[in-house]
Design a protein around this ligand. Structure first.
Ligand code: AMP
Length: 395
């Protein structure tokens, strides 16, 4: 039996889990517990062709993890037979000091708690997930893998905000970048797909999911990325604004009388595609546009405009790019977004093959025209596999 890693991604009211065999890249099972703490909680497990679901209140994260294990038992799968060697935890923010995959002990937990003010929406639930999992699985090593890690050595010019240096240093304000596990994995996969050494390629990776970010990567090292101190900066996202004039926040506070919590909620949950058009799912956005919904059209136009701006900016940062890769829910599935993002860029060396782009194929694939100097790819991201591999590397 090949080594297996349990990968956990713990959110404020959800717990995603997946069993991965890093050496073969096989996912044995995955599931999610949602609406933890509410009456309408649900837990699902997919194991081979077997899909199991349980509905009803799941009070807290510990019960959520135990429920997931119950589902395995219900599916007839004994976890002891799986060769579990570690639990890998996705942690959004590692701050300045935590960036290598880190075996969790009490000192690491304390450090993560210290970091919570930097990522108040993301790190506390991750810490909770780690603590719960350590209680439930005390005999396994627990390894934290950070979303910020890949961008730890971002060049200073890209990592630094143009603000008072002392203030920034005192409050650890810099551009950290997020989705790093995905950007790193996808850029490595792109090189492997092309059979080219990673060191030889300039790449732009477009991670377009509910959260969305772009990175510019030269020879395997990131030179810029669109998210900053928090995952709010950059592209238009499902519910997050992305780039916004900081003056808007001051104005809302001073003139509209909004409080800090209200502004944060607005920027994180009520902005982006949702704020503009009331919908985050691009399949629905397209339908609404078809039926003449002007708000959906504007949301889409703003989304595409911002995306194109970043592509242009990162072309300039890199000088040229060999590869542009689309990944995550929207990037992997939405041919229209890919087309609208790249239309008219032939003078910059980027040309799609319409037919390949529209193909319903899944998996890693090439979608650029033969004559396009820049190769355009679609590569499914797999953060769980990347986390599991990182765990194995630590062990
Ligand atoms: P992610 O955060 O990577 O899971 O991406 C989730 C988002 O991907 C959803 O909110 C949708 O907007 C988008 N998505 C998923 N499937 C499709 C599809 N077939 N076509 C267009 N967009 C999709």
């Amino acid at each position: 039996m090949s080594d297996t890693v349990l990968v956990l991604n713990s959110g404020s009211s959800s717990l995603k889990y997946q069993l991965v065999q890093p050496e073969t890249g096989t996912s044995l099972a995955h599931g999610i517990v949602e609406r933890i703490g509410e009456e309408s909680s649900s837990a699902t497990l997919t194991l081979g062709n077997n899909e199991i679901r349980r509905d009803g209140r799941i009070a807290d994260h510990e019960t959520a993890l135990r429920t997931a294990f119950d589902l395995f038992a219900e599916a007839g799968q004994n976890l002891d037979d799986l060769g579990l060697v570690a639990v890998g935890h996705r942690v959004v923010h590692g701050g300045q000091d935590l960036y290598r995959p880190t075996v969790v002990d009490d000192a690491v937990i304390a450090k993560l708690e210290e970091l919570s003010p930097l990522a108040p929406l993301h790190n506390p639930p991750a810490v909770l997930g780690i603590e719960v999992a350590r209680r439930v699985l005390p005999d396994l090593p627990h390894i934290a893998v950070f979303d910020t890690a890949f961008f730890h050595d971002l060049p200073a010019a890209a990592a630094t905000y143009a603000m008072d240096r002392e203030l920034a240093s005192r409050w650890k304000i810099r551009r950290y970048g997020f989705h790093g596990t995905s950007h790193q994995y996808v850029s490595q996969q792109a090189a492997a797909f092309l059979g080219a050494p990673l060191e030889s390629l300039n790449q732009i990776v477009l991670h377009l999911g509910n959260g969305a970010s772009v990175s510019a990567i030269a020879g395997g090292r990131p030179v810029d990325t669109s998210m900053g101190l928090t995952p709010m900066e950059g592209l238009v996202m499902g519910t997050r604004s992305g780039d916004i004039d900081p003056g808007v926040l001051v104005y809302l506070w001073r003139t509209a009388g909004m409080g800090v919590e209200e502004i944060e909620t607005m920027l994180n949950r009520h902005a982006g595609m949702y704020g503009l058009g009331g919908e985050i799912d691009f399949r629905v956005v397209h339908q609404r546009i078809e039926s003449g919904d002007e708000a959906a059209q504007l949301a889409y136009d703003v989304y595409i405009h911002r995306l194109r701006k970043y592509i242009g900016a990162y072309l300039a940062v890199l000088g040229h790019t060999d590869v542009v890769t689309f990944t995550a829910g929207v990037g992997e599935n939405d041919a229209q977004v890919r087309r609208d993002a790249l239309t008219g860029l032939a003078p910059l060396g980027i040309e799609l093959d319409e037919h390949l782009n529209e193909s319903p194929a899944r998996g890693a694939r090439l979608i650029s025209a033969d004559k396009s100097p820049t190769t355009v790819l679609v590569i499914p991201t797999n953060e769980e596999l990347a986390i599991a591999r990182a765990c194995l590397a630590v062990l």
